[in-house]
Design a protein around this ligand. Sequence first.
Ligand code: PHE
Length: 341
Amino acid sequence: MEDLKTLVERYKAEIMAEQPQNAAEKEAFRIKYLGTKGLVKSIMGEMKNVSPENKKEAGQLLNDLKIFTEQRFASFEDDAGDENDIAEGVDLSLPGSPVPFGTRHPISIVSNRIISIFSRLGFSVAEGPEIEDDFHNFSALNLPENHPARDMQDTFYIHQNPDWLLRTHTSSVQIREMQQGKLPLRIICPGRVYRNETISARAHCFFNQVEGLYIAENVSFADLKQTLYFFVQEMFGNTVKIRFRPSYFPFTEPSAEMDISCLICGGEGCSVCKKTGWVEILGCGMVHPQVLENCGIDSNKYTGFAFGMGIERITMLKYRIKDLRLFSENDVRFLRQFESA
Ligand code: PHE
């Protein structure tokens, strides 16, 4: 009797350990334990060797094993139900699980807006490589090697070939377009640029720019002013004022920085404009005759203006964003806020 008890316990443990993974394995389980020649049937045959006084207890023991095995098998059947659900239980007419919509990145929103404003003035988009050579990024723009103005735009160089670098501005695209020699030329150049800067709330080692260039006969500074005035009114509303301050870029002469009246305080003076009432938004000027000549354009016949702005800066002003790093961190809590923009 004791032997029978241990045997039953051993079989129960064995049955518990079985984990059929598919229909074939479940069937194998059924045949092995519950089939006509299965373990449960054959152990029932042991009854005839049990002494009459133990028969009752042994009967209960074996019956218990049978029920245990059947229940174990039934529990596999429940799992197997999944396979049938596909055919029977799923209502295909119910709406599916919603897929959340993404949003455009604020930099893309503002970049597209800038492009559409300038396209209404006849500017078309030109693009160029982010890995540039020294000529297109610096030398052709009157920034020869060892020129101190290169300090303003330190960048990352390709170690094996220092002639290759990550462009510091999209003025390099303007050089490429001017070299094509198709005049008049009216282009804007959006794209990512790189600088060797310490990352902070106001500076990053990469950011986005839109630069513009217009070259034709008799282009003057008045054209530059009017074009940029139109741009800021379209971008920020028609109450905004502009002012130009003399500045220096090696590739423009004369050069200027353009400020707009502070959007937060309307010119009264606040923390955003550092109490001046004005915020700087872009650099600009008349293309230096030497730059035109560097690209094979007759500087006696043609003149032109150029300007360049950081898209991050415009976006920060437009949406009152305080930290530049938010643009590249890809935090959805930040990005979702532009859903309706
Ligand atoms: N390339 C300049 C910069 O990145 C911007 C600029 C463009 C200034 C064209 C004047 C004219 O800072």
